[in-house]
Ligand binder design. Structure first.
Ligand code: AMP
Length: 170
């Protein structure tokens, strides 16, 4: 099955000039959803991933079933103010303005092997911020697994040397 046919391009969302990759048709198809999760998990099987760290909110939808596939725990990274206990915090620049993400300080242990998951790799700013959070926790980031990479934006350059995989490239 060609997964690309389940990704819908929406022009000028959420703002003018952005071609939004809408994955809801893929999520709504049982076979495509299963295939996508399997393909995202595949490169990391046997790599002793202890935790899948996923980014709010679409990262959760893919990250949770991947954690189960890989026999790993699931760790949510959230926008500021949502996590109830003590957190690490990273502020990062967006195209317009900035954002803050957080992770519980006890969510991963020092040296734990973790995999970062999100739906789309664009500029890589979100991924780099997530790596900073995990370095505060002294976790070992094994790599990142994305469903979609927007290759022209070169997001992998934001995380030099990191093993970043994507199932679909545009
Ligand atoms: P970036 O930090 O630029 O790599 O952006 C990544 C985050 O923004 C991901 O969490 C994506 O969900 C979202 N994102 C950025 N660009 C797009 C796009 N063209 N279509 C869908 N989601 C996007």
């Amino acid at each position: 099955m060609e997964l690309g046919q389940f990704v819908r391009d929406v022009a000028d969302f959420p703002q003018k000039g952005i071609l939004f990759k809408d994955i809801t048709p893929l999520l709504g198809d049982a076979g495509a959803f299963r295939q996508a999760v399997g393909a995202m998990a595949e490169p990391w099987r046997g790599q002793r991933i202890g935790a899948v760290v996923a980014i709010e909110a679409r990262g959760y939808i893919l990250g949770a079933p991947m954690a189960l596939e890989l026999g790993a725990g699931f760790v949510p990274v959230r926008k500021v103010g949502k996590l109830p206990s003590k957190t690490y915090r990273v502020e990062y620049a967006l195209e317009y303005g900035s954002s803050v993400i957080e992770m519980h300080v006890d969510a991963v242990t020092a040296g734990q092997r973790v995999l970062i998951v999100d739906d789309v790799l664009a500029t890589g700013g979100t991924l780099a911020a997530c790596v900073k959070l995990l370095s505060q926790a002294r976790a070992h980031v094994v790599g990142a697994s994305m469903l979609i990479e927007l290759s022209a934006l070169g997001g992998w350059k934001a995380v030099p040397g990191m093993d970043v995989r994507a199932v679909l490239k545009y």
